[in-house]
Design a protein around this ligand. Structure first.
Ligand code: BES
Ligand code: MN
Ligand code: MN
Length: 458
């Protein structure tokens, strides 16, 4: 049997080239023009699973994107781990900002110990670390007594309910004792982590309609409600000076930090100055009585993601516009109820609509916040695996981002969810020049190899 260290040194180039092949497929799930590419990415995975002796199957969903399911040869009586990841990626425009890949986000480049390109960090690179670990074990004369299933989706980045329906309808196929994923991030360089909680997210689009067409603001100003003004007034009332969300009942169910978590979060290093400096800003905002790490990971938020209406062209145009709209999201935390918030939001907005305006509130995808219980034996096994892979024990953190399907996993499949992120916060996920450290990539593969051994022994 070869060790994983020997294996990596012998297979380094092949593994990197294979990942690059996967990265070259522009599987952008949000853009319908890339449907064919999403299918190609799924088929690429299917083919690779066949090659390592797994049994793959594609399940097309209502979105047009397929779930890639694959399982190892069965070992009777052994426990099962389900590995989750997503092969879809975010849109890439504007291309001119992709300076590290010569404006070609889907032509990955290796430079300075990093791999650059869309999907390197979120989530093709991390997903591949699990595939590489499975391949490693399949090539050994003996492998750990554990059954491995993969469920890789192509809809994570566009947020909808198709994957959730799939999981609910296929809970037998997906049945598992443990669930592992690497779609999260490390706390900081040098701080490998296990993520023990995620925020959820609720998305909306509010459109306000005024007069049936744009009208002269001199002739009508003073009597006619302006949709742009009203939109700003309403959304402006959403948070107070202390950045508390003003929807009635919004905080009622917010889970409080345990004493242990409070201590943990205060013990982690957080350099505010360099945090803001790397983003090119001179400071931040938020609830005054809470430290930034607490606000970033354990508190709900409200953010307008885009806002539009009226005249935005060259020069001026004195009008009362006929329409204005905004897309906005709440990040929510464990125990907050999606439907209660949406109902409260509808009532709260309706009560503020003046005569002459009518509204349309579109409710988009939703996902609950979630937490995993650190006292579970699999969490200690995962910590041992990280220590093996990274040469350092992990810190346990909650994260502010969302992976919509994970809440469903914990209620339908298993509470034993291990979120082992290998990416860094500064990898530019979703932005231009996305990259992934090749050292972390290999540490991730080592961690996953060890994790399968550890879990088989539980
Ligand atoms: N991998 C991220 C989520 C993430 C990021 C978790 C950082 C923990 C730390 C995922 O691909 C993502 O971007 N999710 C979206 C979900 C949304 C589109 C519904 C998010 O969080 O905005
Ligand atoms: Mn992701
Ligand atoms: Mn993402």
């Amino acid at each position: 049997m070869t060790t994983i260290v020997e294996y990596l040194s012998e297979n380094r180039d092949r593994i990197q080239n294979d990942l690059k092949d996967f990265l070259r497929i522009p599987s952008i799930s949000a853009q319908t023009g890339h449907k064919g590419d999403c299918l190609r990415a799924a088929q690429w995975l299917e083919q690779r699973f066949l090659e390592i002796g797994f049994k793959p199957k594609l399940f097309p969903l209502s979105t047009g994107h397929s779930i890639v399911y694959a399982e190892s040869p069965q070992i009777a009586g052994a426990p099962t781990v389900l590995i989750y990841g997503h092969y879809d990626v975010q849109p890439v425009d504007p291309l001119e900002l992709w300076t590290e890949t010569d404006e070609k986000p889907f032509e990955p480049v290796e430079k300075d110990g990093f791999l650059w390109g869309r999907g390197t960090s979120d989530d093709k690179g991390p997903l591949y670390t699990h595939f590489a670990a499975a391949e490693f074990w399949m090539k050994q004369p003996e492998r750990p007594k554990i059954n491995i299933k993969f469920m890789l989706e192509g809809d994570e980045e566009s947020g909808n309910s198709a994957t959730e329906i799939f999981v609910r309808e296929n809970s037998e196929l997906l049945a598992c004792d443990f669930l592992a994923l690497s779609d999260t991030v490390q706390f900081a360089p040098g701080f490998p982590s296990i993520t023990c909680g995620l925020r959820g997210v609720l998305s909306y689009e509010l459109t306000l309609y005024g007069p049936k067409q744009d009208v002269h603001s001199g002739i009508y100003g003073g009597v006619l409600a302006n949709p742009c003004n009203v939109l700003m007034e309403i959304l402006g009332r959403m948070v107070d000076e202390n950045r508390r969300i003003q929807l009635p009942g919004f905080y009622d169910d917010v889970r409080r930090l345990s004493e242990e978590e409070e201590l943990q979060i205060h013990s982690l290093p957080f350099d505010e100055r360099s945090f803001y400096a790397t983003l090119g800003v001179n400071g931040g905002i938020g609830e005054k009585d809470r430290i930034p790490l607490e606000r970033l990971t354990t508190r709900p938020t409200f953010d307008i993601n885009g806002i539009t209406g009226g005249y935005q062209g060259e020069g001026g145009k004195t009008i009362i516009p006929s329409k204005a709209s905004a897309k906005f999201t709440f990040r929510i935390v464990p125990d907050q109820d999606e439907d209660e918030i949406t109902n409260s939001l509808k009532k709260w907005i309706e009560a503020q609509i003046p005569p002459g305006i009518h509204m349309d509130l579109e409710v988009g995808g939703g996902a609950p916040g979630m937490m995993v219980d650190l006292s579970r034996p699999c969490m200690k096994a995962a910590a041992r695996a990280v220590e093996f892979g990274f040469g350092r024990a992990p810190v346990f953190i909650r994260e502010g981002g969302s992976i919509p399907i994970v809440g469903t996993f914990s209620s339908v499949l298993t509470p034993n969810i291990m979120m082992l992120g290998y990416s860094q916060k500064g990898d530019n996920a979703h932005g231009p020049n996305e990259h992934f450290s090749l050292a972390d990539f290999e540490r991730g593969i080592k961690t996953n190899v060890k994790l399968l051994q550890e879990l088989s022994a539980l």
